[in-house]
Design a protein around this ligand. Sequence first.
Ligand code: FE2
Ligand code: FE2
Length: 171
Amino acid sequence: MSKAVAILMEEHQKILKVIQALLKQCDMVEKKGLVNLDFFAKAIDFIKNYADKFHHAKEEDILFVELNKDSAAMHCNPIQQMLYEHDLGRNCVKELEIGVKKNDPAKVLNGGRGYVNLLQQHIYKEDNILYPMADEALNNKAKNEILSKFEEVAKKYSETNKKYELFLNDL
Ligand SMILES: [Fe+2]
Ligand SMILES: [Fe+2]
């Protein structure tokens, strides 16, 4: 496995940890009608900034760009589907966020559980299909370029990501 793919898979584990907590909190909403505002605010912040602006952006702007080059020679290209799923995820988060703001449990559950289901499947597909395909399709030069771009992004986000490490440790 390339280092770049290993980094993305590590990020998936963090996203999955938040998703597990989100699912538990959704169960609380269903059972007791209680929306834990503090948790949901932090989870939405993590999803929008860590999962989307940091992790998905690295996929969309760096990995997928390399995979779309002719040199990658992919047999079939699942990238359109992955991009579509990123967008579906953004819609779920919007609904979740509106639900929390309006204290509307039905919206919170629909957006929250929709996001959980989508991302669990999305991460499974990337870990088991897309990333292994990428490792096979990309040459070493491309893999090194991806890694150095990932390192630049990691530097840019190092301060912001500290906050998310604290959030993850608290879960
Ligand atoms: Fe993705
Ligand atoms: Fe991903």
